[in-house]
Design a protein around this ligand. Structure first.
Ligand SMILES: [Zn+2]
Length: 385
């Protein structure tokens, strides 16, 4: 689709207006404004919508915002839901179905709003156990049963509890934890390129430093791409899902039109309607704090987003934007191999903290790679190197 912004007009704008009105974000079109004009009122409503849904709040309707507008329009019962391999169904109705299944004690994975194999398996299990035809389709009969039943899982939001329970069961040892390290871009896609420095190369180098350290502590770390390839985000998510990864770490550097923008940000899955990854949020927080204290980068905070990689992965996933290549100071830091070692060490320690669950804690910024290695040797986890 074509990008729509303030000042544009056409039938696309009429559709956007009507959708935003349905969500209560836009009132009637002012008398002096044509219905098909993307005016200041539409821009403001788009920003509010983007804020609610964990999107970048730029007031523009590009592919991600357009997709979110469409998805937000679906309510459970509006259409039959089923697994479509080639073009999976997604929308707020799928979120509602997933949350309902979680409440009833089934496991459709994270309520990310995509009807995938795991959602289908959970739905079939529900249908079998409640005497319905186990066809994996969410039609009128299944809906009726879903609505009539009370909640079985109590004491909090079930999808949050499930993630935390998996983390607790995983135990504090790093050995055997499967980590997918995802260097952004790759191959012909260089990412941000400034003064001959390419994001794809920086994050590739950083990813290799991180994977090397993780392997030394006995973790089963793997890269999501080769040096000369650039899988799409859904492909990267599918790789992590089929590998049964415990955690996904996606590495990027940022850019801005302003050469003054700089700093560090981390992103985890979450949207405005309450679906979130608590463990992802915790890990993003650990990474943010460890890296801030070790690197002196500016704090651009930990934030919730609905980006494809965060939403389509079934395990906690964090995207780290390490500095701005468009900022001279950040770029200089990123070009220094010693700095990249510091970043790799900080991320490793943050992952360690996640699995320690608050035990064995040292102040942020003081744990070193050798400490982590020594602890793992004590626990019989690491290979002596
Ligand atoms: Zn990037």
């Amino acid at each position: 689709m074509q990008l729509l912004r303030r000042g544009d007009s056409g039938p696309g704008v009429v559709e956007i207006r009507s959708t935003l009105r349905r969500f209560g974000l836009l009132t009637a079109t002012p008398a002096d404004t044509p219905e098909d004009l993307f005016g200041a009122d539409v821009e403001q409503a788009v920003r509010a919508f983007q804020q609610q849904r964990g999107l970048i709040t730029d007031g523009l309707v590009g592919p991600a915002t357009y997709r979110a507008l469409r998805e937000a329009g679906w309510q459970l019962g509006d259409r039959m839901l089923a697994l479509m391999i080639s073009a999976p169904m997604s929308g707020d109705d799928v979120v509602a179905l997933q949350e309902r299944l979680l409440e009833l004690g089934y496991d459709p994975g994270r309520a990310g709003g995509v009807f995938d194999e795991q959602t289908e398996a959970a739905l079939r299990k529900f249908q079998r156990e409640y005497g319905l035809v186990p066809d994996g389709l969410c039609g009128p009969a299944t809906l009726r049963s879903l609505r009539q039943l009370g909640r079985k899982v109590t004491g909090g939001r079930p999808h949050l509890l499930r993630e935390q329970e998996l983390l607790r069961q995983a135990g504090p040892r790093l050995r055997g934890k499967r980590i997918v390290v995802d260097p952004g871009h790759g191959g012909p896609n260089r990412g941000v390129v400034v003064a001959g420095v390419a994001e794809a190369d920086i994050v590739w180098d950083l990813a290799r430093r991180l994977v090397g350290r993780m392997a030394a502590t006995g973790m089963d770390a793997m890269l999501s791409r080769q040096e000369d390839t650039c899988p799409t985000d859904p492909e990267r998510a599918a790789l992590a899902n089929s590998a049964g990864a415990d955690v996904v770490l996606s590495l990027h550097t940022d850019a801005n039109r302003s050469m003054h923008a700089h700093g560090l940000a981390t992103f985890h899955f979450g949207n405005g309607s309450g679906a979130t990854s608590t463990v992802g949020e915790a890990l993003a927080g650990f990474i943010q704090r460890e890296l801030l204290i070790r690197t002196g980068l500016q704090d651009c905070h930990s934030q919730a987003r609905t980006w494809e990689l965060l939403r389509l992965t079934r395990m906690p996933a964090v995207r780290v934007e390490i500095g701005y290549l468009t900022h001279l100071g950040d770029r200089r830091k990123l070009l220094d191999p010693a700095f990249r070692d510091v970043v790799a060490e900080g991320i490793l320690v943050a992952v360690k903290r996640l699995y320690l669950l608050g035990q064995d804690d040292q102040p942020t910024g003081t744990f070193t790679f050798s400490d982590v290695l020594a602890r793992e040797l004590e626990r019989g986890g690491a290979q002596a190197i």
